[in-house]
Design a protein around this ligand. Structure first.
Ligand SMILES: Cc1cc2nc3c(=O)[nH]c(=O)nc-3n(C[C@H](O)[C@H](O)[C@H](O)COP(=O)(O)OP(=O)(O)OC[C@H]3O[C@@H](n4cnc5c(N)ncnc54)[C@H](O)[C@@H]3O)c2cc1C
Length: 521
């Protein structure tokens, strides 16, 4: 396939692609352009940024993208259904499709809002550990279907989380605003402690996911072969530092591999060392959600109601009234598993949970060399092989709260990623069939929140910074354990690191003590 594909586009084709891209630009393309400028040209003057960006985009539209597109075709119309949901959703319109007469219960011990990775994890752990007592039920509500949010629209990697160096860097930057009382060295130390707490929780999460899939015999295409992340020449120093910090802190999932090793593991051609998350895995994310709910629903301790929108959560002393599009439910506990949609339901999270759009596309064909079952990231895009299809995507652009979950992929970004695919794997033929977007959420310090959000019995798991598989399963386990008072179980989300008060009210937050010198050694 690779040998018979044309190497470069004709003049006429270039003009056609250039005009198509230019006239096809939409609102999101301009937002994404601004993200690009801010991340790629940091420290450059505004005029410098503008001229560099214009030069870069002209090069893309005239050279890179037309050369890539001359071997690509798009079916008409390209479907907006994510690759993972193309074969249907066994929990579609649950339970109304089979039981149109069903009604929401008037009471439930726990109400979970959201039925993605996080809601599914809460349901799974509740199904396993709650007592068989009819008054101790959990109701899960979703305004769409299970896995209709980001959990059914992603890349399909079970990540070990962000690596220690990255977490420390984002937390340190934010600490300068909220912990101005500390010295620079103290902030550095505190940021490192945050990073280690994050990695510890994420590593256990990754192992729990694997163990659960094996023990339960979940059929969700799970394979654990790591995640390779390309790095440019100018990123080599930071890569080396990140590997050093991983060794120093014992967060050793993260290492660096040579270009030959990158080629062997992924098929990707790079000229510099790449980052490598050793224990990351790949799976079918929607099947994972269906398996979690399958187990939970069989336990008879959990009920799932899709297409039921929560409009308000009202606290009544020690209990809550959850208002929905189908009526009200009284409950002792509420858990918000609403990720990027959270500020729409709880406006106090505006500017604290930032909905951020990412997109993907899939199609038949692709490079022969690209290896399956391994995470593959270039410096600006990701790629994966699934049978005779490939999946690829990019972008991380903040969108207004009201656009959480809106499916609005950019064709420019799809075309750009196809150019990146050619850059890393050489020319190949792809027939693009599906193209979609989803929203993840970032907190200002890019550190997740797992804990009580109102000082009472309302919990939240969110702000997972595009790495939901690294937090949701263990996070769900810990919240279920807290509600069921299973105090002997390890809790990886101590409030001093993970409580939402860190964001909602940093002055009153009980920040972690700085580790003593002896503990650091
Ligand atoms: C293109 C793309 C690639 C990604 N790749 C990866 C990856 O490889 N690995 C990884 O770990 N992560 C990845 N992510 C991120 C990952 O998908 C998310 O972190 C994860 O899905 C979040 O899970 P969740 O259950 O918390 O949220 P969601 O899956 O977004 O679920 C939230 C649910 O809440 C429901 N909801 C919201 N408000 C209400 C309301 N008021 N009433 C009722 N229901 C409500 C929504 O309908 C939705 O179903 C990617 C995301 C995208 C978009």
């Amino acid at each position: 396939m690779t040998h018979s594909t044309p190497q470069s586009a004709s003049l006429l084709f270039r003009i056609r692609v250039f005009c198509g891209l230019l006239f096809g630009l939409r609102k999101h393309d301009f937002r994404a352009a601004s993200t690009w400028i801010n991340t790629m040209y940091r420290g450059v003057s505004p005029l410098g940024r503008f001229t560099r960006f214009v030069r870069w985009s002209m090069w893309q539209m005239w050279c890179e993208i037309p050369d890539a597109l001359c071997t690509m075709t798009f079916v008409a119309p390209v479907s907006r259904t994510p690759f993972w949901l193309a074969q249907g959703n066994p929990l579609e319109n649950h339970p109304w499709r089979e039981h149109p007469e069903a009604r929401l219960p008037a009471r439930s011990h726990v109400v979970v809002i959201g039925a993605g990775f996080t809601g599914g994890s809460l349901a799974y752990h509740w199904g396993k550990h709650a007592p068989a007592d009819p008054s101790r039920t959990m109701v899960v509500l979703d305004m769409g279907d299970a896995a209709s949010g980001s959990s059914g629209r992603n890349e399909g990697l079970v990540v070990m989380g962000r690596y220690c160096h990255m977490v420390a860097a984002t937390v340190r930057t934010h600490l300068a605003d909220v912990r101005a009382d500390l010295t620079g060295d103290e902030r550095e130390q505190l940021a490192k402690q945050f990073a280690v707490a994050y990695c510890r929780a994420a590593y256990r999460n990754g192992d729990l996911v694997e163990q659960t899939i094996r023990d339960e015999g979940f059929d969700c295409d799970y394979a654990r072969q790591g995640w390779v992340q390309a790095r440019d020449a100018e990123e080599q120093r930071s890569l080396a530092e990140s590997v050093r910090l991983a060794q120093e802190t014992g967060t050793i999932d993260w290492t660096s591999i040579t270009p030959e090793e990158v080629r062997r593991r992924t098929g990707m051609q790079v000229t510099h060392n790449a980052g490598f998350s050793i224990a990351a895995a790949s799976f079918h994310p929607a099947k994972w959600v269906f398996c979690l709910f399958g187990s939970a629903l069989r336990s008879c301790r959990v009920e799932l109601f899709s297409r039921t929108k929560v409009t308000r959560v009202e606290r009544l002393g020690d209990t809550y009234r959850v208002h929905t599009s189908r009526g009200m439910i009284e409950t002792e506990y509420v858990v918000n598993a609403t990720e990027s949609y959270t500020p729409l339901l709880h406006p106090q999270f505006h500017d604290r949970i930032l909905p951020t759009q990412t997109q993907a596309a899939s199609g038949f064909g692709g490079p022969d060399d690209i290896k399956p079952h391994v995470g593959i990231s270039g410096t600006r895009a990701f790629f994966a092989r699934h049978g005779d299809s490939i999946l690829f995507g990019s972008d991380a652009t903040r969108v207004p709260d009201g656009e959480a979950g809106v499916n609005q992929p950019s064709r420019f970004i799809t075309a750009f990623v196809l150019g990146e695919l050619r850059r890393y794997f050489g020319p190949s033929r792809v027939r693009v069939t599906n193209e979609w977007s989803g929203t993840v959420s970032y907190t200002p310090d890019e550190f997740p929140i797992v804990g009580v959000m109102d000082g009472h019995r309302q919990y939240i798991i969110a702000g997972m910074a595009g790495s939901g598989t690294a937090v949701s399963f263990n996070g769900g386990r810990c919240i279920v354990n807290r509600i069921l008072e299973r105090t002997a179980e390890a809790d990886d989300y101590p409030a001093e690191y993970f409580s939402p008060t860190r964001l909602l009210n940093p002055r009153d937050h009980s920040w972690p003590e700085l580790d003593s010198q002896e503990k650091r050694q």
